[in-house]
Design a protein around this ligand. Structure first.
Ligand SMILES: Cc1cc2nc3c(=O)[nH]c(=O)nc-3n(C[C@H](O)[C@H](O)[C@H](O)COP(=O)(O)OP(=O)(O)OC[C@H]3O[C@@H](n4cnc5c(N)ncnc54)[C@H](O)[C@@H]3O)c2cc1C
Length: 591
């Protein structure tokens, strides 16, 4: 048996290993280092943490209420938390409620930490307000600053002024002495007797193989973003785009499952729409599906501007109540800032958190028509953007109040755990505090023969495509593209038994093709690992969609053959775990 040093190019000892330098990973690292400067804290990030992950898009801190005094007051009972926007009730009981209650009770925790990290929250006079910032011609609300550091166009300032959120988070963690390994992709989590004791990773530029020995691990690798085809961009100068970060391919999910953690709700996909006349598909798009939109005076937008309502209870996709296409010509609409009006909501309807009616000409439609992407049965004025799994439901299952997985000392939070958004800042802090407490009692566990064998096997497996000799080579990106098309046509928005079985058959063929993929350099090798993970996740996605014989949170999971919500499935999720090489799917009651 080879020694560890012979297998790995580098062996790194650390106390707290953080996988993913996104918003969760960054704040957790910073907080833990501030709590205990003696701790060795390491972040590995598959890309460069200053520019990677979904946090690049985050521009409203949804966990911070509009009035600072509400920070401590609101949503303190579990019942209130369940009713909150993105709360358990509104997500149709597909996520654990207990953890949400902890999250809401602690939501003020990240504010001072973020300020310390150089993130401006609120206005210069200390008030907190939401002014959404989608500007004409820009993708996300970028804010320009004058020489004094003030935004040049206050109207378009955002709560977080977040165009530089990620660079600031990155700079802050490096400054306090956290070690960051950029371009370093997780390839396995090492366990001994059900306890996480380390991880293997691979440098996507140099091809080096690293082994990390760690006392505790936080998995914060984001959602599984690459399950469906890329869309054509509705933005000027961007022909192709993806709403969520394509770096996050779901490798963390697979490594966690292999290590003994459970996954849950893998059938639930993230769906956004791009509708005619809108220059973005984020909050606004989601609002169109699920929310009533109010302006700051409390008026309901579709009542006020009936001519802007594109579809009402339209299309064949149930769940579309209306689509609203605001227009630049309506100056009043343009400047409407839609604030949270929770007080106006009935129990079962959602209220927009925010919405600014800024818009661009309907370029999206044109691109989609040209590309032949518009499907007949969709409402004529919109296209859905299906991305993947995570953010709000679906991912690594957290088993206790510490956000710990079924593997001891392996924590998970944020999009990878299906509970994303700026709430991730709260979990980053809570986990860091808990880890600092617990770590005092952890003595490092040494790697045994089994661990060395696992590490060597991982290495053999991940490097196998490098210079593989096969007659018919398959490029990993071609295979990925194929699987994403399969997901689009046979899982997608309109699911039924026949299509899902077809998806599984084709995904099975894609699996066989894995032994033909070839890499000629470390970057392509990364693509090979990614496509293998994407295929595994696709299989779980389709299998769970097949098992869930009802529709829920339409269009997130819509079964044509079971079009109604079934009370039998209320509060039930499908969890996935591994027993040896077998993958088990189990109906599990949520707490
Ligand atoms: C366009 C957009 C706009 C949004 N706007 C808002 C908003 O206004 N308000 C709000 O509350 N939320 C918003 N969200 C959601 C929010 O950004 C995410 O929920 C949040 O960023 C999740 O944080 P995270 O740390 O879990 O993951 P991420 O921020 O995605 O970070 C994941 C990190 O893990 C790294 N990684 C991935 N795989 C691996 C691997 N195998 N090995 C090592 N590293 C890996 C990635 O490089 C990345 O740095 C938005 C999301 C998008 C995409």
């Amino acid at each position: 048996m080879k020694k560890l040093e012979e297998i790995a190019d580098k062996v790194i000892d650390t106390d707290f290993l953080i996988i993913g330098g996104g918003i969760v990973g960054a704040i957790a690292a910073y907080r833990a280092k501030k709590n205990n400067p003696m701790l060795k804290i390491t972040i590995i990030d598959k890309a460069k943490m200053e520019y990677s992950g979904n946090g690049v898009g985050l521009d409203n801190f949804n966990h911070i209420p509009l009035k600072p005094e509400d920070l401590h007051k609101k949503y303190v009972t579990e019942e209130e938390v369940k009713k909150a926007v993105f709360g358990v009730n509104r997500l149709k009981r597909t996520v654990p409620a207990k953890l949400d209650a902890i999250q809401e009770k602690n939501r003020a925790i990240s504010l001072p930490v973020l300020r310390e990290m150089g993130i401006l929250i609120g206005e210069d006079d200390g008030t907190i307000k939401v002014i959404q910032g989608y500007r004409k011609g820009t993708v996300w609300g970028r804010v320009e600053y004058d020489e004094q550091g003030r935004p040049t166009e206050p109207l378009f300032g955002t709560l977080s002024r977040a165009s530089d959120l990620k660079p600031k988070l990155g700079a802050a963690v490096r400054k306090v002495g956290v070690t960051v390994f950029d371009r370093t992709m997780l390839t396995s989590i090492i366990t001994k007797d059900g306890v996480a004791i380390g991880a293997t990773a691979f440098n996507t530029r140099t091809g080096e193989f690293y082994v990390f020995k760690a006392k505790t691990i936080l998995l914060a690798s984001g959602m599984a973003s690459r399950l469906y085809p890329y869309q054509y961009a509705p933005y000027p100068n961007n022909l192709f785009y993806t709403l969520t970060s394509p770096v996050n391919h779901g490798g963390g999910h697979i490594c966690a499952l292999n290590a003994g953690a459970r996954l849950y709700s893998m059938e639930m996909s993230i769906v956004y729409i791009v509708s005619k006349g809108m220059n973005h598909s984020s909050g606004g798009g989601a609002c169109n599906w699920f929310f009533k939109m109010y302006n700051s005076k409390g008026e309901i937008l579709e009542d006020k501007y009936p001519e802007r309502v594109v579809t009402k209870a339209g299309g064949t996709i149930p769940g579309v109540n209306f689509l609203f296409a605001p227009d630049m010509e309506h100056a009043e609409v343009e400047h409407d800032v839609i604030l949270s009006r929770k007080d106006m909501a009935e129990d079962d309807e959602m209220v927009a958190v925010y919405f600014t009616a800024a818009t661009e000409p309907p370029k999206a439609l044109k691109f989609h028509k040209l590309a032949g992407h518009l499907r007949n049965e969709l409402p004529a004025e919109c296209i859905p953007v299906l991305v993947g799994i995570g953010m709000f439901g679906g991912g690594v299952y957290r088993e206790n109040e510490y956000s710990e997985t079924a593997v001891k000392n392996l924590f998970a939070a944020g999009d990878v755990a299906g509970r994303g958004g700026s709430f991730g800042f709260t979990w980053g802090c809570l986990i860091a505090d808990h880890v600092c407490e617990r770590i005092k009692d952890i003595t490092p566990i040494s790697f045994g023969v089994d661990q060395l064998a696992d590490i060597e096997n991982t290495k053999l497996k991940i490097y196998a495509p490098l210079h593989r000799k096969v007659k018919y080579q398959i490029h990993p990106l071609e295979l990925e593209d194929y699987v994403r098309q399969v997901n689009w046509y046979y899982v997608g928005l309109h699911r039924n038994e026949g299509k899902l079985k077809r998806a599984l058959e084709l995904i099975g063929r894609a699996k066989e093709a894995l032994s033909y993929i070839v890499a000629t350099n470390p970057h392509e090798l990364m693509r090979c690992i990614e496509v293998s993970d994407i295929i595994d996740i696709s299989e779980m996605h389709a299998r769970c969609a097949l098992l869930r014989t009802e529709s829920r949170l339409i269009p997130v999971h819509y079964r044509e053959d079971y079009p109604k919500e079934d009370p039998e499935w209320d509060g039930i999720v499908i969890t996935i775990r591994k027993e040896g090489e077998r993958i088990l799917y189990e109906k599990t009651k949520l707490e």
